[in-house]
Ligand binder design. Structure first.
Ligand SMILES: Nc1ncnc2c1ncn2[C@@H]1O[C@H](COP(=O)(O)OP(=O)(O)OP(=O)(O)O)[C@@H](O)[C@H]1O
Ligand SMILES: [Mg+2]
Length: 337
């Protein structure tokens, strides 16, 4: 079962598959690829009788940097059932355990009711940074109580679902995500290698890497309970996307937004030409909106709206050229013969 999940996939093959959908974030891709590879290998080894503790993964990165996309794509590559849940939603309900059961229930649905398949699925829990303990809150609704509730399934406790079925969570891979605003400052004050002075650049690079490493103690400093932080030994960080990456996101992935609109218009017999500066203007606006790649679609759709409005009524149009986000698009009819 678990052997067949990986098939012939190696960590580098997983990264290459991710590359087709997720732009940049190379460090995070590598860490995650190795983590899932090791996870599904462990299941295979465990089937032979050797239990190895599970390592869940924490993705730290700003909003719109690709955390959810990375997990979704990963599950698609591995063809394992996948669900996402939002930690803030969990923190707002009085019935945390019921909500958590519902997450596992959805995982089972994604596995078409096959408990064996569901048991090797992936659960992505976003915004776990919002679960940090603040003190002064009622226990029932505090983020801390949610961490405790999540801990149980992350540790692998069997869960009895509403349907009466038992769900084995031992092999479910939990990936948690969050922006962890303020963690940088904690890292700056707690890194323990900084006092070593070095002469060479190489050593400095290694030190920089060690210093950038997020330790469970940093996470508890941030406000996660130590048991929860300890259940997330693998930490991958996603970076803010720069202008060049944002431009690539609009054109490169297989389902990139520029490709989508080009094929919509192609379907109407119209060629769509978006000149390079336009993509840079959109990327610049997205950077201003500070929501990572998330704003790209909205800006792009807005640009396309007037075009999609007129095209269906004007069958003579064969080509549309957009030269600037701030100029009218130019329409060209078929050449008279
Ligand atoms: N690295 C990336 N490569 C390609 N597309 C991306 C990338 N990052 C973000 N996107 C695009 O932006 C959208 C939002 O990204 P995603 O949902 O993965 O962000 P997130 O990091 O999970 O943010 P949040 O913290 O707000 O949940 C995606 O649907 C995708 O279209
Ligand atoms: Mg997300």
């Amino acid at each position: 079962m678990s052997e067949s999940i990986l098939g012939s996939l190696t960590p580098s093959a997983i990264v290459r598959a991710l590359d087709q959908f997720v732009i940049g974030q190379n460090e995070a891709k590598k860490i995650v690829a190795v983590a899932v590879y090791a996870h599904y290998k462990k299941l295979a080894v465990a089937a032979e009788g050797l239990e190895i503790a599970k390592s869940n993964v924490l993705l730290i990165g700003p909003t719109g940097s690709g955390k959810t996309l990375l997990c979704e794509t990963l599950a698609r590559i591995l063809r394992v059932p996948f669900v996402t849940a939002d930690a803030t939603t969990l923190a707002q309900t009085e019935y945390v355990n019921e909500e958590i059961d519902a997450i596992l229930q959805r995982l089972l649905e994604m596995a078409a009711g096959d408990t064996g398949r569901a048991a090797s699925g992936i659960v992505f829990i976003d915004e776990v940074d919002k679960l940090k303990s603040r003190g002064g809150e009622a226990w029932r609704t505090s983020g801390e109580s949610v961490q405790h509730a999540l801990l149980k399934i992350m540790e692998g406790a069997p869960v009895r679902l509403r349907t009466g079925q038992y769900m084995d969570t031992r092999n479910v891979l939990f990936i948690c995500g969050g922006a962890f605003v303020g963690l940088e400052d904690i890292l700056a004050t707690t890194h323990s290698y900084g006092y070593i002075s070095t002469g060479g650049d190489d050593n400095q690079n290694i030190l920089n890497r060690l210093n950038a490493r997020v330790k469970p103690t940093d996470l508890s400093h941030f406000g996660l309970i130590p048991e929860f932080a300890g259940r997330l030994p693998i930490v991958a960080r996603l970076q803010d996307l720069d202008r060049a990456s944002l431009v690539r996101i609009m054109v490169e992935p297989r389902n990139a937004i520029a490709r989508q609109f080009r094929s919509i218009l192609h379907n109407e017999g119209v060629e769509l030409v978006i000149e390079a500066p336009v993509l840079q203007q959109i990327a610049d606006l997205a950077i201003e909106y500070k929501a990572g790649a998330r704003s790209l679609r909205g800006i792009f759709e807005e640009m396309m709206t007037p075009i999609l409005y007129v095209i269906p009524d004007r069958p003579e149009i064969r080509k549309v050229v957009i030269s600037s986000l701030f100029d009218e698009p130019r329409f060209f009819a078929a050449k008279a013969n």
